[in-house]
Design a protein around this ligand. Structure first.
Ligand SMILES: C[S@@+](CC[C@H](N)C(=O)[O-])C[C@H]1O[C@@H](n2cnc3c(N)ncnc32)[C@H](O)[C@@H]1O
Length: 181
């Protein structure tokens, strides 16, 4: 994967103070959108957890759709149902809609084409590949968190780009961010 080198780092205006392995990536999202000339209408995110990345995306898109089972997984811990807590935390961000669903069910019914998508679910190959291929086929640009900390995510990202016939980049900081465009 070609290394992604941002030209500029910019901190979004709206952010929330929750603990997350995603911290730091907010500074390169605008750079990615500008570099690849991505539209600013619709974004979908698989893997919301406490809402850190959703709020980052809400700075740049008219509408952000978040999909999560909101119970955690084998890599982030099973932490009990935190759907209502997350909804309450994000209630002031009117352009974010949160949906409690498994990505497997969501991708069966959603035929929308998005400008941008983010995949940050359980970090296994099979799930990342299935969800990520759908995302790459339903959006102009897809980003994947944890390409450095989870080799299975990295492998899935490389394979998705091949199948989708798109370019792939890797930003090797903040646990790694794969970019398919
Ligand atoms: C690493 S966390 C996401 C972190 C978040 N993006 C952030 O900014 O901090 C992974 C999330 O994926 C969710 N998840 C795992 N498997 C899922 C699945 N099959 N469908 C939907 N969500 C899933 C978990 O519930 C967990 O909240």
């Amino acid at each position: 994967m070609e290394t992604y080198i941002p030209k500029k780092f910019s901190k979004p205006e709206k952010m929330i103070p929750v603990v997350t392995a995603w911290a730091g990536l907010e500074e390169i999202i605008e750079d990615i959108l500008d570099r690849f000339d991505i539209g600013r209408d619709a974004c979908i995110e698989f893997g919301v957890e406490f809402g850190y990345s959703s709020v980052v995306f809400s700075n740049y898109f008219k509408q952000v759709t978040g999909v999560d089972v909101f119970i955690g997984d084998e890599h982030t811990d099973f932490k009990g149902d935190h759907f209502q807590d997350t909804k309450d935390r994000l209630s002031e961000y009117k352009n974010i809609s949160l949906n409690k669903a498994d990505y497997k069910d969501w991708i069966k019914k959603d035929e929308t084409q998005y400008d941008f998508s983010h995949v940050d679910i359980v970090h296994n190959y099979a799930e990342t590949f299935e969800c990520g291929l759908w995302a790459a086929q339903h959006s102009t640009c897809t980003i994947f968190h944890d390409t450095e900390s989870f080799p299975e995510v990295r492998r899935a990202v490389i394979d998705i780009a091949k199948v989708a016939g798109k370019n792939v980049y890797n930003y090797p900081h903040c646990n790694g961010l794969g970019i398919i465009v």
